[in-house]
Design a protein. Structure first.
Length: 257
């Protein structure tokens, strides 16, 4: 089974399967597509480590093949009364998960839950379904494309995030997630007691605002002295009413003195 899954992902992430961004942009105002996966998870959930491993595999594949598949890990607080309080959880992330369920006319709240481009939802370990979604999405030209840059705001504990968007910006939201790339926690109680959990692209700071236009800047506050080399920034555009994700981009920090 593992070999079968690996073959599927190798095919889905093949460079030849992607349309030429430059050619599409010149000829039809269509652009290279991207995939954004929001993985809702919890250290108090016994099923979540399996999904975390799967998301780590996707991150490695997308990074190593330079394909636009961006994954972020939202830790929710719905299991915090089940024997272990997840120190990475936030009630804001739990509300975000519930909003996705409402917009997609679903009721059951569970983890791990993978929301793909805002409008397809599966359990986080649904490798076949998520893999097929990625493969299908990466072969469809997009009507939107975003590029993002960032720098420290002079004299402030904040990041200035600048973006440029190709496509219609009307009635959209911009989301900026500053995620810690690798994080390890030792669990001492609950369903994952005595396990060491490895997390990837964990959302530590999250910013969402109405989109200003096709170009703009925003500021995101961060703690003083934060080591940005341990983070990446993932930015994505959503439709305000449906929360469909139209495009996404990620940025690595290379902080040199």
């Amino acid at each position: 089974m593992k070999k079968y899954i690996k073959i599927i992902f190798t095919l889905f992430f093949s460079q030849w399967a992607l349309p030429s961004f430059s050619q599409l942009a010149i000829d039809t105002n269509l652009y290279q597509p991207s995939v954004l996966i929001e993985n809702f998870t919890s250290e108090g959930c016994g099923s979540c480590p399996e999904a975390d491993k799967f998301m780590a595999e996707l991150i490695h594949l997308s990074d190593s093949t330079n394909n636009p598949v961006n994954i972020i890990d939202f830790h929710v607080d719905i299991w915090n009364r089940s024997g272990w309080v997840d120190p990475l959880s936030d009630s804001i992330f739990s509300q975000r998960q519930r909003t996705y369920l409402a917009k997609n006319k679903l009721e059951a709240v569970y983890t791990p839950m993978a929301v793909c481009n805002g409008n397809e939802i599966w359990p986080g370990m649904a490798k076949k379904e998520i893999g097929r979604f990625i493969g299908k999405s990466l072969t469809k030209p997009s009507k939107h494309y975003i590029r993002v840059g960032s720098q420290m705001a002079p004299g402030e504990d904040s990041l200035t995030v600048a973006y440029a968007l190709w496509g219609n910006p009307d009635s959209c939201l911009i989301n900026v997630a500053l995620v810690q790339q690798d994080l390890i926690n030792k669990i001492t109680s609950g369903e994952n007691a005595n396990k060491t959990l490895h997390h990837h692209n964990v959302v530590k700071f999250f910013y969402t605002r109405p989109l200003k236009g096709v170009k703009g800047e925003y500021k995101m506050g961060i703690p003083h002295g934060l080591d940005l080399t341990k983070y990446r920034m993932i930015t994505y555009i959503q439709k305000e009413n449906t929360w469909e994700v139209l495009c996404s981009d990620q940025l690595f920090f290379d902080v040199r003195k």
